[in-house]
Every structure is written in C-alpha cells, then in structure tokens.
Ligand binder design. Structure first.
Ligand SMILES: O=C(O)CCC(=O)C(=O)O
Length: 248
C-alpha cells in the first residue's frame, strides 16, 4: 500500500489500541492505494454487468461478491499485504487467518439496499467461534450519508451479541440478518463519512448498518475479515501461523 505523508505507518499506537477497545472501531485516513481501488472497482463493474442480465439472481446477489480472497487477484494481494497485517496484528492474535474477503455494493439509486442494524458475530459465532475477529472496511468511492456510508454505535461491541433474525434479501436489502426487534434508530448511532483511500477497522461485535444509495453511481465497499488462529476450530486461510494457538 502506498504511504500517505500523514499516516505512513499502519502499526497501531497505544492510543489507537485504546480507541479501538473503547469505540470498537478505528479510522485510518488515506492508506489504501488509488490504483487498487480503481482496479477492484473495474472488476466489480464487469461482474455486475454480467450478473444484472440474470433474472434468477436477487438484487443482493447481483450487487455483492463473496470469496474474493480466492478469486480476485487484487483482493488476494491486498488481503496479504504486509501493511494490512501490520495494521491488525496487535488486535488479531495469536496468528492471523483471513476469514473472508467480499464487496458489498449498492447500485445507483438503490434506496432499498439497506443493511439493517446487525453485529457480524451474529452470523459467525456459532459456527466459527473466535474472540478477536475484526473487519477492515474500505470504500471504493467516497462515501457519505447520501450513498450509504457505514453507521455505527460507538462502544456497542462491549454489550455482547443481541438477538438477530434472518431476513429475506428479496425484500430486506443487503444483509441477511438484523436485530430481531427490528429497531431502525439506535441511541448514540453516528455516521462515518469517509473518502476513498481511507478505511475503518471494526470489531465484529460492533453494532453497525448502512442506508440505501441515493446517488447516481455505485457505492462499493471492500471488506476483509481477519481472525486469530484457534486450535480445535475450523481453520481458514492462515496468513501468519500461531506459535501456540488458543483453544476455540
Ligand atoms: O458495506 C456496507 O454497507 C455494510 C456492510 C456490512 O454491514 C457487513 O458486511 O457486515
């Protein structure tokens, strides 16, 4: 990744780690290379143009792309980039596995592509238990309230995983699970507008959501999820082995 003058090292400082522990997320500005964002966006656009012609696909399937850590050369390179591992290594240990690499997308004027409030752990914890799982969220375009930036409840990662229920993507937007009580407004929620090239590191227990896209262009976000290596649990792509894996 190219270094920006004001944010050259991606290693977290003690203050960064304290901020992450308190808020459940952290923002790093201008650390993701423009060339990477443009290349991945081009690949996603090619895939979108093919998928949009298939009437069998849901809007979620047309927009979103999973498994990019195996399929897409740009995503593969970024998921293993030494600076990316430097960024997360003080939060994800012992060892580092790549759990998933995906793009979540909202097409032009797709006001219904809402990702309702949820915690990622609600999807994963039962099948794939981990304690130090987090995601790196990188918008491929500038994002704000108009095109579906991330919304978070700072500190909500400390409250445990609240009950969720499955939703149909045909009538419930971009994410398949959301809070069982259906709440749409959460006290303390804030929006995180972000320029392309910046990223948000967030705990998989952080309550988060995003609204639809009111702009005339795609809003795409590349999301890498990392976790520690745990003995006795299903293993994913090990990027850095653990000398002594913890028990899942
Ligand atoms: O990119 C987005 O709008 C939200 C993605 C998200 O919430 C998730 O992948 O868990």
């Amino acid at each position: 990744m190219e270094a920006a003058a004001h944010d050259a090292s991606l290693t977290l400082s003690a203050q960064d780690r304290e901020t992450f522990a308190r808020q459940g997320y952290l923002i790093r500005h201008q650390v993701v290379p423009r060339a990477f964002l443009a290349a991945l966006d081009r690949d996603m656009e090619v895939g979108y143009q093919q998928k949009i012609r298939d009437p069998a696909l849901t809007v979620e399937e047309v927009n979103n792309s999973h498994g990019l850590g195996k399929d897409n050369p740009h995503a593969i390179a970024m998921s293993r980039d030494p600076r990316m591992l430097e960024l997360i290594q003080d939060l994800v240990y012992p060892g580092i596995e790549l759990f998933s690499a995906k793009v979540i997308s909202k097409g032009p004027r797709e006001l219904d592509m809402i990702c309702h409030w949820h915690q990622d752990e609600a999807y994963w914890y039962d099948g794939f238990p981990r304690e130090r799982r987090l995601s790196v969220w990188m918008p491929l375009q500038d994002v704000d309230a108009g095109n579906g930036c991330l919304r978070v409840v700072p500190g909500s990662h400390r409250d445990g995983v609240v009950p969720h229920q499955p939703r149909s993507s045909r009538d419930h937007g971009a994410c398949r699970l959301s809070f069982a009580d259906g709440r749409e407004e959460l006290p303390g929620a804030i929006e995180l507008p972000l320029p392309a090239g910046s990223l948000i590191l967030f705990s998989s227990r952080l309550q988060h959501s995003s609204l639809g896209n009111r702009s005339n262009a795609h809003r795409r976000a590349f999301i890498l999820t990392y976790q520690e290596v745990a003995a006795g649990a299903e293993s994913f792509e090990v990027l850095r082995p653990a000398p002594q894996p913890i028990q899942a």
